[in-house]
Write a new protein. Structure first.
Ligand SMILES: *Cc1c(COP(=O)(O)O)cnc(C)c1O
Length: 395
């Protein structure tokens, strides 16, 4: 049948829907034709599910060794979905150095809905056990933590959770499913900011929740669909594509990070290096030390000088990209924490976080080396600056 121009503009030919392409096509459709009224078609409305998100969610579940994966519009949306499984009157135990966005979410939003949170130093299993109350429903763990790379014994917390009939959620963003498998150590819920290593190209914001228990999966799905926080089609497609290179990206980043870590540890301008592989507990529960390193300058007043002099590194928020990212927690990820609290926690001006990418490791080290030298040789540096400004004045 041939249609008018108006109708033809609306109708798509069936052609192009089912080629055997290497990559899944983008299903940019908010709604789907329903052949049987009230029937159970795979998809009806894209908020409730769509082929691009489904493929990604299956991949995420397999990667973590879980049964059900859910993709969200951000890591924070994923964490929100997990807290939304709770109700007013429930209590949650958090690490005292939890990711800043998670802290803001719990303190400023979920508290308003009557959910109570206690933060404890989760390197101390006894402190976690003592924080359990009759209304505790969830223990939330982030290991290694950020930015001081404190390590929590996942199996140890899992035992406390089981003894008290409490669920255990682990934010596994820093290690990726390739570096650490929380389910193997007794976690019930695994969370990722997929913005970081999973996507890996600093190109999108996404989050993931993976669970095994069908009841939990039902709850998380209700929230994903019911609050409309699922990941959009294009980002789901891009993340699926980017995941194909996760293993080569992560492994190479870790290899580079190990080299950079060795370099930083012997440099006189560096006072302390924080790397998870230095923790016995981390080594026991993870495959490697990951690709993110913390370090503290010997002269904490030289943070800006250091930043002024790096040339290869991207100085920014975030981590897990193909490019090496240098972050300054005190003014970036942890700026929202009052300065006194920050100082008590060791998040001072001289503390940096380095997410090591895929550049040539020797070149990364050379860049760090020359930038670190400038923090020692302040006087020479100042003289050079004066000279430069004189040149400009003379023009
Ligand atoms: C970035 C991050 C989050 C938040 O994820 P978004 O994708 O930025 O919403 C949560 N946890 C950790 C450990 C993170 O690094």
């Amino acid at each position: 049948m041939s249609y008018s121009q108006e109708t033809s503009l609306i109708l798509d030919s069936p052609r192009g829907k089912d080629y055997t392409s290497a990559n899944q096509p983008l299903y940019y459709s908010s709604t789907y034709h329903q052949e049987v009224l009230g029937g159970a078609a795979d998809y009806d409305y894209a908020r409730s599910g769509n082929p691009n998100r489904s493929l990604l969610e299956e991949k995420l579940a397999n990667l973590e060794g879980g049964n059900h994966g859910f993709a969200f519009s951000s890591g924070i949306a994923a964490i929100t979905a997990v807290f939304m499984t709770l109700k007013a009157g429930d209590h949650v135990i958090l690490p005292d150095d939890v990711y800043g966005g998670t802290y803001r979410l719990t303190e400023r939003i979920f508290r308003r809905f009557g959910i109570d949170f206690t933060t404890v130093d989760q390197t101390d299993l006894g402190a976690i056990a003592r924080a359990v109350q009759p209304n505790t429903q969830l223990i939330y763990v982030e290991t290694p933590s950020n930015p001081l790379f404190k390590v929590t014994d996942i199996s140890g917390v899992s035992q406390i959770a089981k003894d008290n009939d409490v669920l255990l959620a682990v934010d596994n963003t820093f290690m990726t499913p390739l570096g650490q498998s929380p389910f193997k150590h007794g976690a019930d819920i695994v969370i990722h900011s997929a913005t970081k290593f999973l996507s890996g190209h600093s190109d999108l914001i996404a989050g993931a929740v993976i669970v095994n228990c069908p009841k939990l999966a039902e709850d998380i799905y209700l929230i994903q669909n019911g609050t409309g926080s699922g990941l959009g089609v294009y980002d789901a497609w891009t993340l699926t594509k980017n995941l194909k290179t996760l293993a080569v990206r992560f492994n190479q980043s870790v290899t580079n990070a190990e080299k950079v870590c060795r370099f930083l540890k012997q440099h006189p301008a560096v006072a302390t290096v924080y790397y998870p592989a230095d923790s016995d507990i981390h080594v026991k529960q993870a495959v490697n030390g990951g690709a993110v390193i913390g370090f503290r300058l010997a002269d904490e007043t030289q943070a800006q000088t250091f930043v002024d002099n790096v040339t290869l590194l991207l100085v920014s928020v975030s981590l897990g990209g193909v490019e090496t990212i240098l972050s300054h927690p005190a003014t970036m990820s942890h700026a929202a924490i009052p300065e006194l609290v920050r100082r008590q926690r060791g998040i001072t001006q001289g503390l940096f976080r380095l997410s090591v990418g895929l550049e040539n490791a020797e070149e990364l080290i050379l860049d760090l080396q020359q930038a670190l030298e400038t923090t020692i040789n302040r006087q020479r540096n100042n003289k050079k600056k004066q000279y430069v400004s004189q040149c400009y004045t003379n023009q």
